[in-house]
Design a protein around this ligand. Structure first.
Ligand SMILES: [Zn+2]
Length: 80
């Protein structure tokens, strides 16, 4: 539904989602392209689909990334 989609989009800020692995491109239409899913940012116009989670991120990279995120979260709590 329309409003579902609008609400879902608000969960993602206009910044690069860490699940993508981007490289620089000299295309005039975008600066960064994900080597997994091929999504690109927009020039001009922000991060485009790169602000959403990557659909093609390898499973082992995703697990490692989430483990690392939860570990640094734990560290930040325990150091207080
Ligand atoms: Zn991607």
């Amino acid at each position: 539904m329309f409003w579902d989609q609008a609400m879902g989009n608000e969960r993602y800020q206009d910044q690069l989602h860490p699940s993508h692995n981007t490289r620089y491109s000299d295309s005039s239409f975008y600066d960064e392209v994900c080597i997994y899913c091929g999504e690109t940012d927009r020039v001009p116009g922000g991060w485009g689909n790169l602000k959403y989670p990557c659909a093609k991120e390898p499973e082992e990279r995703r697990v490692a990334r989430l483990l690392e995120a939860s570990q640094s979260f734990k560290d930040s709590i325990e150091s207080k």
